[in-house]
Design a protein around this ligand. Structure first.
Ligand SMILES: *Cc1c(COP(=O)(O)O)cnc(C)c1O
Length: 496
């Protein structure tokens, strides 16, 4: 196997091994690490028929993490994808009304972030050992609601690590907030900020870019890293389930030979859909990547016009994990589309920070033509959740609702009948109130979320997952808050 090295999308770091890139999270120059070549699958989907999730994971991840030994990687995989998931399939496919819903929410925090964050701590520990890193690793994470809990669940009480999560105080669902505030583990900290997700993410990136602070922390025995999807250790495990889904479709006779499929992904930070794109570039037969947005449709506008413009109102929606105006991972697609031109990427990102927008050339836009944007308003989303439920009895969450709606609109508009996998990113139980409101068509703003559990059990025929049952009696363990400007001081204080 060829060794793969990683470079910053902004050119400041080159020749970085996978384990070093995982340890660092973000490159020193503020760029994101990208592999110098995208490896091709060395075994076809047909040859993978019959493989377990863990086996497929190894076939995909070994191509990227080339400085991990077979034993190291296999042990990370088996420690991650185990009984923490409530099904042996790990990521089952459900067929409803002609589309395939890839359920990525069977992990312990019932959202798709578990797919990568149950393995990241293991990859991180191995990486630290490999690089003889003797400092305590401090995972700094901004969350739009789901990453925070999944990252803490993964890193809780992992030796040699601390984890600090920043979330928008008024921008997450009640279940998401409670999941974070009740998190156990001596090494976990949660901070609500008076701002939105973009503020949290910018604050974290700023701390990463602060060399003086890094030095000060180093003297105190700490090294920063990230659990956000800017970390390549998040991105690589996310490629796996697209390959796995394709293999299962083949195995079940839903597709034949090397039939191309479409993929629809409810998108926020552009990590999940970028993983699907990498799967395509590795040789998986994917035709169109439908990038689904909610009312914060900055990506929809971008794919239509080639102009990325974040200067607009930030809208709080019923799909909070997609309420994002600065999609970090788009930088990786920009870099690839510019022919890995780091100077160009840096220039566009500077324009985004400075002016709040940038435009790409026609050539770059052409290089992104595998993508197509779509969006669903709150009302369209609720209507789709209800429509699908009424027609099939299958209940989806508000993020998957956005994707499902965008897919139906696309199919109607274009007549494209390509079989489509829709990434189903959260359990409907995580967004109880919005989902039950959608199904019943009523406004339940006064109701207590948990009182809706039996109702959802009846409606869906799926018993409430342990994550929800346990939450109702769990004690609140965190109560820190700060403003976006105080994030650095807060980190310093927590690490006292
Ligand atoms: C994080 C998240 C998304 C968005 O995924 P990105 O990788 O940030 O694009 C969508 N749905 C849910 C439920 C999420 O938690």
């Amino acid at each position: 196997m060829t060794d793969i090295y990683y470079s910053s999308t902004r050119g400041g770091e080159r020749g970085v091994t996978a384990s070093q890139a995982i340890l660092k999270g973000l490159a020193k120059d503020g760029g994101l690490f990208m592999p110098d070549v995208i490896p091709a699958l060395d075994i076809s989907p047909a040859e993978m028929a019959g493989m377990t999730y863990q086996e497929v994971a190894y076939e995909v991840m070994k191509l990227y993490l080339t400085d991990f030994t077979e034993d190291e990687l296999k042990s990370c995989i088996s420690s991650a994808y185990d009984g923490k998931f409530d099904t042996e399939e790990i990521a089952p496919l459900a067929k409803a009304d002609g589309a395939y819903y890839l359920e990525l929410f069977h992990g312990s925090t019932i959202a798709f972030k578990d797919m990568a964050l149950s393995i990241l701590p293991h990859l991180m520990t191995v990486s630290a050992r490999k690089n003889k890193a003797d400092h305590t690793i401090v995972i700094l994470t901004a969350t739009s609601g789901d990453t925070g809990k999944a990252a803490m669940a993964g890193f809780a009480d992992v030796e040699g690590t601390r984890i600090i999560v920043f979330y928008p105080k008024n921008g997450v669902s009640r279940v998401q907030e409670l999941q974070m505030l009740t998190q156990k583990g001596e090494n976990t900290s949660v901070v609500g900020i008076s701002g939105n997700f973009d503020d949290a993410q910018n604050g974290v990136k700023k701390i990463f870019g602060d060399r003086e602070f890094a030095k000060e922390l180093e003297e105190r025995g700490y090294q920063l890293s990230s659990a956000n999807s800017i970390n390549i250790g998040r991105l690589v495990p996310q490629i796996v389930y697209y390959v796995y889904a394709y293999v299962k479709l083949l195995e079940h006779g839903e597709i034949s030979g090397d039939e191309a499929i479409n993929v629809t992904v409810p998108t926020g930070n552009f990590g999940n859909i970028l993983a699907a794109y990498l799967a395509k570039r590795m040789g998986l037969p994917i035709k169109t990547l439908l990038c689904a947005s909610n009312d914060n449709k900055v990506l929809y506008d971008f794919f239509r016009t080639g102009i990325y413009d974040r200067r607009r109102e930030f809208i709080l929606t019923s799909s909070p994990s997609m309420d994002i105006l600065i999609s970090s991972n788009l930088e990786r697609l920009i870099y690839l589309s510019a022919g890995c031109d780091a100077a160009k990427t840096e220039e566009l990102m500077a324009s985004l920070t400075g002016e709040g927008s940038y435009g790409v050339s026609d050539e770059m836009k052409k290089n992104m033509s595998d993508f197509r944007g779509g969006f669903a308003t709150q009302e369209e989303n609720a209507a789709e959740i209800r429509r699908l439920y009424d027609r099939t009895g299958y209940l989806i969450d508000t993020h998957t609702g956005v994707a499902s709606c965008v897919y139906r609109k696309y199919a109607a508009e274009t007549g494209d009948q390509t079989k489509t996998v829709i990434a189903s990113t959260a359990s409907p139980y995580k967004f109880l109130k919005s989902v039950m409101e959608a199904v019943s068509g009523t406004d339940g703003s006064e109701t207590d979320e948990f009182s809706l559990v039996p109702e959802m059990e009846r409606a869906s025929g799926v018993p409430a997952p342990a994550a929800i049952r346990d939450l109702q009696n769990a004690a609140i363990r965190h109560n820190r808050q700060c403003s976006p400007e105080e994030m650095k001081e807060t980190v310093s204080d927590i690490l006292k």
